[in-house]
Design a protein around this ligand. Structure first.
Ligand code: JDH
Length: 245
């Protein structure tokens, strides 16, 4: 998978690409991340990339010319791959969207700054508009890294673990069960006995029930869209009866 990132702040993206899983994915050739400084496609003496908004109202808007020039030169005309604009007005990013984007061999990611980009970029250049959530950031760079991270870990081999991303909580539709590691007692706090029992059927059952309990307590909305077994439903019914009485 190749990512082409268009930004005014390439230096801000680099450190996160140089650590851990993303670094290994780049070194092993599973992904290739090309950072493009939009400023390189300006032609004026001061390399201006932004301007005041028509109609007034303060703030600055990113000019269309350098963005069109950069994206068209790198991604081709017509575009050879999807180009995603990171924007607070985009569709909210989900694990399902990460899975869909992971199917492409190449993706462009456009990061704005200031108040965002000239509307003509949105209307006539990009193919997708994505937001990473309902809060306000200062630019599209962190959102672009979030997409790269979420998509990369779905590529087979990117996580050392051969089970990969298959049992992710957001893939199973449930929140994760609690995890414990050594020591068996820390500051007087123990580890659930079942996890030390060696009884793998019991451990599986406990983990499933803990995942159901957590999801029911914290994200009941997720239970609506999750496939549940007969045993799952019985367990959830038992929780309901506990609170009823
Ligand atoms: C890209 C510039 C900063 C901040 C106006 C919008 C009130 C517009 N999930 C996400 N949050 N933020 C971004 C994001 C922010 C960006 C850019 C992505 C480019 N900025 C900016 C504030 C506004 N503001 C919210 N309204 C409620 C008005 C741009 C993002 C993503 N992805």
């Amino acid at each position: 998978m190749r990512f082409d990132v268009f930004t005014l702040f390439t230096a801000g993206l680099k450190p996160y690409l140089e650590i851990s899983i993303l670094q290994r994915a780049i070194q092993s050739g599973l992904i290739d991340v090309h950072l493009h400084d939009i400023r390189s496609w300006t032609h004026d003496r001061h390399h201006v990339t932004d301007d005041t908004p028509y109609g007034g109202g303060g703030g600055m808007v990113m000019k269309p010319e350098p963005i069109f020039a950069a994206v068209e030169e790198v991604m081709g005309v017509p575009l050879e791959a999807p180009v995603v604009l990171m924007t607070p007005q985009g569709k909210v990013f989900t694990q399902r969207m990460a899975q869909e984007l992971a199917a492409y061999p190449r993706i462009g990611l456009l990061c704005g700054r200031y108040e965002g980009v000239d509307e003509r970029v949105r209307r006539h250049l990009v193919t997708h508009e994505i937001s990473i959530g309902d809060y306000v950031l200062t630019g599209g760079e962190l959102p672009a890294l979030v997409l790269i991270d979420a998509i990369t870990r779905l590529i087979p081999g990117a996580l050392g673990d051969p089970t990969g991303a298959a049992d992710d909580s957001h893939a199973s539709g449930l929140l994760e069960y609690p995890h414990y590691t050594r020591p068996p007692e820390f500051r007087g706090w123990g580890v659930p006995e079942v996890l030390l029992s060696g009884n793998h059927a019991e451990i599986e059952r406990w983990r499933r029930e803990q995942a159901l309990l957590r999801t029911w307590q914290r994200r009941p909305d997720m239970l609506e869209q999750t496939e549940l077994s007969e045993a799952d439903r019985k367990y959830l019914d038992s929780l309901l009866r506990k609170t009823d009485s």
